[in-house]
Design a protein around this ligand. Structure first.
Ligand SMILES: Nc1ncnc2c1ncn2[C@@H]1O[C@H](COP(=O)(O)OP(=O)(O)OP(=O)(O)O)[C@@H](O)[C@H]1O
Length: 580
């Protein structure tokens, strides 16, 4: 009961008004479905009696009333009409049932998609530190698999639970009206079995869910590493180790799935056993308390009919409870859904005409709030300048670049653009002016053109501009030698092109989007000296334009065309080397 209340409270928090209304509609539609099932089934018995029992028409008042009402004069034609009516009723009922199933799945999938999109937005808006501190496989698992489970196994389970409890209540009341003693006897016989089973397995099933949630992203991570770290795996000859780790995870998941499957099978088996136990009890009860055999047969008949409908309901209740318990972990892992993704963009847009300035800033990572990487740090970069940043490993170069990119909210101080705090601006308008070339340029498994015009629809490509940008990034010769020119495919993450070409596609991308400020993060450190020279040449030609360029480099040779070089040491400017 505790878990049901927890799940209801959670859903109450995350569902908006429209979702709640839809959930109620789905519950109502499912109830109609079950009731129509029940009613149509109840119609079968009189029709069978009509066909098999002599004088049933004369004995049964309701059937006789229908016979007279529709003006039948022959029993045969009445039976034919009844059979045809039954067929039509079942046809309509099943069509309605299909329509309801479609209605239900559509609304549940809408709920799934809304949650998946909301989680995506929430995670994305939490910023770079959050993304870096959380395993991406876990986030990916939460977004789609988590949302699917929340819709299908939590929300739908709760709706099923409500409906089936109502149905069982209705059936129990109707049997109780006929014979209250038998209902009490059956309740006493059946309920303990289910209660014991539920109590014994509740925590185990919920633990299975938690393990599944832990192990599935781990398996994905290992599989991902096998393909993305292919070269390292081959060279270090660690494929057997990698395979063993994957085998272990697969085995753990196999155990979880096996147990989960067996637990789900149990209710049907318990029901079957209970059914036999119940019939035996009725027979024994009949021997002692019922005088006529006819009465006993009727009682068994009623019981069968009731069992035919209640047992699947009990089964569904048990499955719903188990699903709920198995997915209880979602109330922890998806708790972010409680916060609505509030993302308010400021209206004022950035105009960059004079300078970027860090004024007395301090920055510490959220997990080490007292360990300042920068403390009371000042820096000014004027528009049009080309600035190099060097420093030993760990001196804070990348952190500084991420601050200048506006990725890290400052602990203290201000980041000013043209003397205005960046926090007052619409951040997207700032990113519209920024180009960022990382050491590992992110490339998609598509053409050169798609990677330059990254994120743009193919129909919107400005092909001349793409070619011009490739030229500025010193990539003209490369794309001209390709059979399909700028439409040549470069493979997943650019595996079909060289490191230098990848970097230059990154530069061309920044130029395509009219960047005014270009950031290079160790863009040449992984390249040989000839390729580094080519990139340096590309940067040199760009530095002659009005672009503001900030370059992090390990080798000072990459920075020969900069206006000045800042050397960082433990979050402080050690010295500034003027070059021009
Ligand atoms: N996400 C993070 N969380 C906590 N600490 C971090 C994080 N990223 C970097 N650091 C720490 O901040 C310090 C500066 O790191 P940073 O990456 O800025 O150095 P760097 O000069 O770019 O080094 P390298 O040249 O090796 O890339 C280091 O001590 C590093 O351990």
């Amino acid at each position: 009961m505790n878990n049901i209340i927890k799940a209801l409270k959670f859903l109450n928090k995350i569902l908006n008004r429209k979702d709640k209304k839809n959930a109620m509609l789905v519950a109502l539609a499912m109830l109609i479905n079950v009731l129509s099932d029940l009613l149509s089934l109840a119609l079968v018995l009189p029709v069978i009696n009509l066909v098999l029992t002599d004088d049933f028409l004369q004995k049964n008042d309701s059937v006789k009333y229908l016979y007279d009402f529709f003006g039948f004069w022959q029993e045969k034609t009445f039976i034919i009409a009844t059979c045809l009516s039954l067929f039509i009723i079942f046809l309509i009922k099943n069509l309605l049932s299909l329509w309801i199933a479609r209605f239900q799945i559509k609304h549940i999938q809408n709920f799934v998609n809304n949650n998946a999109l909301q989680l995506l937005e929430i995670y994305f808006r939490k910023g770079l530190n959050y993304i870096k501190n959380n395993n991406s496989n876990k986030l990916i698992f939460n977004i789609y698999a988590g949302s699917q489970r929340l819709g299908n196994n939590v929300l739908l389970s709760l709706i099923n639970l409500g409906n089936e409890c109502l149905i069982i209540l209705l059936i129990t009341i109707s049997i109780a009206l006929y014979d209250i003693k038998i209902v009490m006897l059956l309740a006493l016989l059946i309920t303990p079995f289910f209660l014991i089973f539920y109590r014994k397995t509740k925590h185990k099933i919920s633990a299975l869910g938690y393990s599944l949630n832990k192990e599935t992203p781990k398996l994905n991570e290992y599989l991902f590493q096998t393909f993305h770290g292919y070269c390292d795996t081959v060279v270090s000859d660690t494929f057997p180790y990698q395979k063993q780790r994957i085998t272990d995870k697969l085995n753990t998941l196999k155990d979880i799935q096996t147990k989960s499957f067996l637990y789900r099978l149990c209710p049907t088996k318990i029901i079957e056993t209970c059914l036999i136990l119940s019939i035996s009890t009725i027979v024994i009860y009949g021997i002692y308390f019922i005088d006529s055999k006819e009465q006993l047969i009727t009682l068994i008949g009623i019981f069968f009919l009731a069992a035919y409908r209640t047992m699947p309901s009990i089964n569904r209740i048990m499955i719903a409870l188990m699903s709920l318990n198995e997915n209880l972990f979602l109330l922890d892992t998806l708790k972010d859904l409680n916060q609505k993704a509030s993302h308010e963009e400021k209206p004022s847009t950035v105009k960059f005409t004079s300078s970027l300035k860090l004024e007395n800033i301090s920055y510490a990572f959220p997990d080490k709030p007292h360990d300042f990487i920068f403390e009371n740090f000042d820096l000014e970069i004027k528009k049009g300048e080309t600035v190099g940043i060097i420093g030993s490993s760990g001196s804070g170069k990348t952190t500084l670049m991420n601050i200048l990119l506006g990725f890290y909210p400052l602990s203290k101080g201000h980041y000013l653009i043209d003397e205005q705090d960046i926090e007052n601006f619409n951040k997207n308008s700032f990113y519209g002016k920024v180009g960022y070339v990382q050491q590992n340029v992110y490339l998609t498994d598509s053409s050169i053109a798609s990677n330059v015009a990254y994120g743009q629809n193919e129909n919107d490509f400005d092909r001349d501009k793409i070619k011009h940008c490739l030229e500025q990034a010193q990539l003209t010769e490369f794309h001209l030698t390709q059979e399909q020119g700028i439409d040549s495919l470069i493979g997943e993450n650019g595996v079909k092109i060289s490191g230098g070409q990848r970097q230059r596609i990154g530069i061309a991308r920044a130029l395509y989007y009219d960047a005014e400020i270009l950031f290079f993060d160790e863009a040449t450190s992984a390249l040989d000296s000839q390729t580094e020279d080519e990139i340096t040449k590309a940067i040199e030609s760009l530095s002659k334009t009005n672009l503001t360029i900030i370059i992090i480099a390990h080798r000072i040779s990459t920075l020969k065309h900069t206006d000045y070089i800042i050397e960082l040491n433990n979050g402080r400017i050690q010295k500034t080397l003027e070059q021009k």
